[in-house]
Design a protein around this ligand. Structure first.
Ligand code: IMP
Ligand code: MG
Length: 172
């Protein structure tokens, strides 16, 4: 297995995560946001981002499926694991690894809005603007990337590469 070619180094990611954490800390002064991570890709990013947020915040996770083992969206989103708490009146920040077509987040936002949170914002490490099929608006964005399949720092291909400390391009 050849190592993916570096697109974003661990240092570059760490600097951006600190910036995003500082921005969230500013925006949520006096509040206690509920970070909702979308498993499994969010894990590395959320762990680092949460430690860059200087506020009392709680963690929840959801697991959705839209991809299987392929690299293109199937267009079908299913909730495989739901939140463990009531979110009515809460300030929600959804934490995602990457916004691609936007179908996953579009579906999740609609599902969560029904539960009457005080607010919902989106924080995603990466986005591929060229592939957007929905008008989901990102509130906190790390980096825009080209239409390439990327792995590492939580992002996988068929379950692998999540444990890379950088984000790379899978060349096959
Ligand atoms: P969307 O519903 O098309 O926006 O897809 C979002 C999800 O697809 C992300 O949370 C990732 O799990 C996965 N995904 C999309 N593009 C990539 C990629 O380049 N590498 C790894 N996973 C990806
Ligand atoms: Mg994901």
């Amino acid at each position: 297995m050849t190592a993916p070619k570096t697109l974003l180094s661990a240092e570059k990611i760490a600097a951006k995560v600190r910036e995003l954490g500082a921005e969230i800390t500013q925006d949520y002064q006096g509040k206690s946001p509920l970070l909702v991570g979308v498993l499994k890709g969010c894990v590395t990013f959320m762990a680092d981002l949460a430690r860059a947020i200087d506020l009392p915040c709680e963690f929840e996770f959801m697991k959705v499926s839209s991809y299987g083992a392929g690299t293109k969206t199937s267009g079908t989103v299913k909730i495989l694991m739901d939140l463990g708490c009531d979110i009515e009146g809460r300030d929600i920040i959804i934490i995602e690894d990457i916004l691609d077509s936007g179908l996953t987040l579009d579906y999740l936002i609609k599902q969560l809005q029904i539960r009457k949170p005080a607010s919902i914002k989106i924080c995603t490490l990466l986005e591929k603007p060229s592939r957007r099929q929905t008008d989901v608006v990102v509130d906190y964005l790390g980096f825009q990337v080209e239409d390439l399949f990327v792995v590492g720092y939580g992002l996988d291909y068929a379950g692998l590469y999540r444990n890379l400390s950088y984000i790379g391009i899978l060349e096959n």
